[in-house]
Design a binder for this molecule. Structure first.
Ligand code: CTP
Length: 429
């Protein structure tokens, strides 16, 4: 039916009213702050995916449940605040942490969906602490956790209070990865490194003969195309986001310096296995982002990291799993999922590489040097500063506290088994 003049008039009026309402809403809408707490020990891509989903949930909630597409710049009205449980609290409630707080902070801060961190939070969400979170001090709107049950040492639900207040939201726990699982692999790796007769077998730079025990683990994580797309998507930040403010300031300073010196655009190509992504890796990529306009993280393909090729135990995580952590890192502009181990003329041209960095300086070969010379690419050496990027260093820490970790493993493995047995479908945001 063709609308009459009077009904068209009404329709135009209604649309104008809606538009005005939307404008006012936009002006007055506060930033929706979502809180996710945790230990984030041996920060892995499952943790990163949890943080991503927490932010996605908040995006939907901030638009009144209408989804990201409904409001212009959705996502920019959301902030994800991570509560990092203190070392003492982890020791009390779970057993010893592998990584001390300083390293856990470094890893969590590097995740691109995180806007701010509250360090040293208690494991238990007490009434007082929940009130503080919802007060003006922190301005939290809702609390999020994975669909795995989380119990306090006395067996009660750690999230009972926010649940009772109707301020709790759940996200899908990522399958096939956990701190517990990584601890088991690290223990095996540390043992394998000692069971060999030749010089320091697990040392990534020695090239010593390896024990046969440390073979590749069967991956249970599903690297779907949609997950890669979700991880690689651009994140919108609010004007008040702490982390974003820092990154933006760094970028502006760099641009200014560059303009003053009249420099060309630079691309730093960083090659490595990036196995068990850690604070040392974050430090490395961050340093590269200080010196280059673009950082491409080249995560070496599994096929180049076999025992035959490197005389090293294979990586603990497969190339997609290793790449997911790099994609989640705010210091990477792009990631090659399964890169060649060596630099080639074609790679230099494809990415317009101006500098190359190897995760392990000892991995640079004569061939790499020749390629760099031919293509005018600088080889940069980024030394470890505060944090080690060698997984053996982390594995040795686990091994040094073997009895305590084995005790913790027993408990955690039982609860993980129970979780997988009762697991049902949960949608992933
Ligand atoms: N998480 C997740 N998927 C995983 C692991 C963790 O979604 N594979 C989520 C948890 O549900 C929680 C957050 O990440 O919301 C932080 O988890 P954390 O406290 O660090 O515990 P776990 O990773 O579960 O550690 P552990 O293996 O020691 O239990």
């Amino acid at each position: 039916m063709i609308p009459s003049v009077s009904s068209s008039f009404l329709l135009v009026g209604a649309v104008a009213l809606l538009r005005a309402k939307k404008k006012t809403l936009k002006k007055t809408r506060k930033v929706f702050r979502v809180y996710m707490d945790g230990c984030f020990d041996l920060m892995h891509f499952g943790h990163a995916n949890a943080l991503r989903q927490a932010r996605a949930i908040a995006s939907v909630a901030s638009t009144g449940g209408g989804g990201e597409g409904d409001v212009e710049g959705a996502g920019a009205d959301v902030e994800l605040i991570v509560g990092l449980v203190s070392d003492e609290e982890i020791l009390r409630c779970k057993g010893p942490p592998v990584l001390p707080e300083q390293e856990r902070v470094k890893c969590v801060r590097a995740v691109k969906w995180v806007d701010d961190i509250i360090a040293n939070v208690p494991y238990e969400l007490t009434k007082e602490f929940v009130e503080e979170l919802f007060s003006e001090k922190y301005g939290i709107d809702c609390i999020v956790h994975g669909d795995d049950p989380c119990y306090l040492p006395d067996g009660t639900d750690a999230y009972a209070i926010p649940k009772a207040l109707g301020k709790y939201r759940e996200i899908k726990r990522t399958e096939g990865v956990s701190t517990t699982d990584l601890v088991a692999r690290l223990l095996e790796y540390a043992d394998a490194s000692e069971n060999t007769t030749s010089k320091s077998a697990g040392d990534e730079s020695s090239g010593g003969k390896r024990s046969e025990k440390n073979e590749r683990h069967e991956a249970r994580f599903c690297t779907t195309a949609s997950r890669i797309a979700q991880f690689a998507a651009k994140v919108s930040y609010s004007k008040t986001s702490k982390m974003h403010e820092e990154t933006e300031k760094r970028k502006t300073d760099k641009k200014q310096r560059k303009n003053e010196k009249n420099e060309e655009t630079t691309c730093c190509y960083v090659v490595g296995a990036f196995d068990v992504f850690n604070a040392g890796h974050v430090e490395l990529l961050e340093e590269c982002s200080f010196v280059a306009d673009k950082v491409v993280c080249a995560v070496i393909a599994d096929e180049y990291l076999t025992r035959d090729k490197t005389n090293q135990p294979p990586p603990m995580l497969n190339q997609s799993e290793r790449a997911m952590s790099a994609i989640a890192c705010r210091h990477c502009d792009d990631v090659v999922v399964g890169a060649p181990a060596r630099l080639t003329d074609d790679i230099c041209k494809t990415f317009n590489v101006t500098a190359v960095v190897f995760e392990d300086d000892d991995a640079v070969t004569e061939r790499d040097r020749n390629v760099c010379e031919k293509n005018g690419v600088q080889i940069l050496s980024v030394k470890e500063r505060v944090f080690s990027r060698k997984k053996l260093t982390i594995a040795k820490r686990v091994q040094a506290n073997r009895a305590l970790f084995e005790e913790r493993q027993k408990r955690k493995m039982a609860s993980e088994k129970a979780y997988y047995e009762q697991k049902a479908f949960v949608a992933e945001d």
